[in-house]
Design a protein around this ligand. Structure first.
Ligand code: ZN
Length: 118
């Protein structure tokens, strides 16, 4: 018999692809990952990729502190909860990071002088 996974059925009411739910799902997923096997991946991600620091305040970030995932590409834009699409910040930095990140995103620059036909 086909069994609907509990995770999916629980997620359905809140329209995960709506922008206003990005924060809700990021915090919710953070809470889940703190208590499942992803915790180990996050721990090594913080250590290896983020050099043990929070990218927002640049202070030390430890796995046993309150942290929160922030998707680089938001779920509402098609981003996924994968290690190459996340930043791990202090829970208290989450709000600030959303603003800070947005200001850091550079618009795509056109290639100068390239692609000219010979
Ligand atoms: Zn921080």
């Amino acid at each position: 018999m086909f069994r609907v996974p509990l995770e999916i059925s629980r997620y359905q009411p809140a329209h995960p692809y709506d922008r206003k739910y990005d924060e809700y799902f990021e915090k919710r997923t953070s809470g889940k990952w703190k208590n499942n096997s992803q915790r180990l991946s996050i721990e090594s991600y913080i250590t290896m990729i983020q050099q043990g620091k929070c990218p927002c305040c640049t202070e030390a970030l430890k796995i046993n502190q309150n942290w929160c995932l922030s998707l680089k590409k938001k779920a509402s834009l098609g981003g996924e909860y994968k290690l190459d699409n996340i930043d791990v910040v202090h829970d208290k930095c989450y709000g600030q990071w959303q603003t800070q990140r947005a200001s850091q995103v550079k618009p795509a620059t056109p290639i100068k002088g390239g692609l000219q036909r010979a």
